[in-house]
Design a binder for this molecule. Structure first.
Ligand code: BTN
Length: 258
C-alpha cells in the first residue's frame, strides 16, 4: 500500500532553510510546471515546491509528454538564481536525485547526459528545467522532477524496455515521502554550496554513464554519431566523430549505442 502525500507531511520538520518550507500539494493536476510558473509569476517565495500525486498532462524535455500516474513523484521547485548558475542547475538536480535515491533506498543510480537518471541502464527519473530570462536577468527558474517510484512497468509496456521504477528494482513499494524529503534537503544543500562558490561539475561528470561510450546525439533536427569524449564546465557534451572532429552539443538527447 503506497502512503498518501500531503503538504504538511512533506515540510514537517524538514531540515532545510527554504526549499520545501512552502509546499502546495495536489492529488491531480495537469502539470506541476504550469502551477509553478503561475506561482513564480506571482512572486512565490524561493524554494516553493509544487507536488502532485498524478499529472494528466505531464511535460517532458524536448516537447515530449511525461507519463505521470499516481504513486510516483512529480514535483517542481521554484528558484530565483542568477544567470551564471543556470548551467549548474542541470547538474545539481540530477546529482540531488542520485544522492536521494541512494539515501532513501540504497539503489545506485547514474546519469545519462544531460540529466536523465538511470538504474541498471533504464530511466527512473526525468528532469525538466524551465527558466524565464530577460537579458541578463533570470525572473525565475523551475526545476521539474519526475521519479518512477511505485510504477509497475508491466502495466506500461510502451515504456517497459527503456524505463524502470524504484519499486520494480527493489521488488517492494517505496515511500515517496522519504525520497521527496531527502531530495529537497539535497537540492538545498547543493544549491547553497553552489552559491558559496563550490563546484558540482566534477561529481556530475564522474557519475555520467555517457562518457567514453559510442552515442547518437540529437540536437534539434541534427543527429551526430561518435564517442562522447567529455563534458565542458557549462554542461555541454563534446562528441568525437569518426572523422576525428569534435562537436560541442549544448542541448539535446543522447542514445547509448554500445
Ligand atoms: C524528461 O523528459 O525526461 C523530463 C521529464 C520531467 C517530468 C517532470 S514531473 C514533474 C514536472 N512536471 C512536469 O510536467 N514535468 C516535470
Amino acid at each position: 500500500m503506497v502512503e498518501s502525500l500531503s503538504a504538511a507531511s512533506i515540510s514537517r520538520d524538514l531540515e532545510t532553510c527554504f526549499v520545501g518550507q512552502r509546499v502546495l500539494y495536489y492529488p491531480s493536476l495537469t502539470s506541476t510546471m504550469e502551477v509553478a510558473r503561475r506561482e513564480a509569476r506571482q512572486g512565490a517565495v524561493a524554494g516553493t515546491v509544487i507536488v502532485a500525486d498524478e499529472q494528466t498532462v505531464g511535460k517532458g524535455r524536448l516537447k515530449r509528454t511525461w507519463l505521470s500516474p499516481g504513486g510516483n513523484i512529480a514535483l517542481s521547485i521554484i528558484l530565483y538564481p542568477s544567470l551564471a548558475y543556470l548551467p549548474s542547475l542541470i547538474m545539481l538536480a540530477s546529482l540531488a536525485v542520485v544522492h536521494s535515491i541512494g539515501a532513501a533506498t540504497g539503489l545506485k543510480a547514474q546519469i545519462k547526459w544531460p540529466n536523465d537518471v538511470l538504474i541498471n541502464g533504464r530511466k527512473v527519473c526525468g528532469i525538466l528545467i524551465e527558466s524565464d530570462v530577460q537579458g541578463n536577468t533570470v525572473n525565475y527558474t523551475i526545476i521539474g522532477i519526475g521519479i518512477n517510484v511505485n510504477l509497475r512497468l508491466a502495466d506500461f509496456p510502451e515504456i517497459q524496455p527503456i524505463a524502470t521504477s524504484l519499486s520494480d528494482e527493489l521488488g517492494r513499494d517505496v515511500s515517496r515521502l522519504s525520497v521527496i524529503r531527502c531530495l529537497l534537503v539535497e537540492i538545498e544543500r547543493l544549491y547553497l554550496a553552489l552559491l558559496a562558490g563550490g563546484s558540482i561539475y566534477e561529481e556530475w561528470r564522474d557519475i555520467l554513464v555517457t562518457l567514453g561510450k559510442r552515442v547518437r546525439a540529437t540536437t534539434g533536427e541534427t543527429v551526430y554519431e561518435g564517442v562522447a569524449e567529455s563534458v565542458a564546465r557549462d554542461g555541454s557534451l563534446l562528441l568525437r566523430g569518426s572523422d576525428g572532429r569534435l562537436t560541442r552539443i549544448v542541448a539535446g538527447d543522447v542514445t547509448l549505442r554500445d
